[in-house]
Design a protein around this ligand. Sequence first.
Ligand SMILES: [Zn+2]
Length: 131
Amino acid sequence: MTDQELVKKAFEMHQFSYVPYSHFPVGAALLSEEGRVFTGCNVENAAYGSTICAERTAIVKAVSEGCREGWTAIAIAGQGEDFCWPCGACRQMLYEFAPNLRVLAARGDGTFREVPLSSLLPCGFGPKSLK
Ligand SMILES: [Zn+2]
């Protein structure tokens, strides 16, 4: 799967976003080295703290379906003029399973930028930190 195709899958998730408060749909698509794709959308809640981001939805889907290793890239698609970078909580959750992940952040016009997760979360704390 190409990066462009992964970004397209992230955009396709906007249709499922539940965003009555922010009105800002976000979609995510997480790719494994086996070619599996785990998608997610943001799901908001009247108790704002219970809201979950698209990226963490995709992460939880992957782990709950037995895929914890070999993640190669995640695409994140927003609708605004800025590239849709993952929030701090999502960066931490991604780092737990894939500190070397490639992050593709897309904006509303469909263009995207790629950066390594390690540049978004330098000196990250992960499972190896506990050893
Ligand atoms: Zn997030």
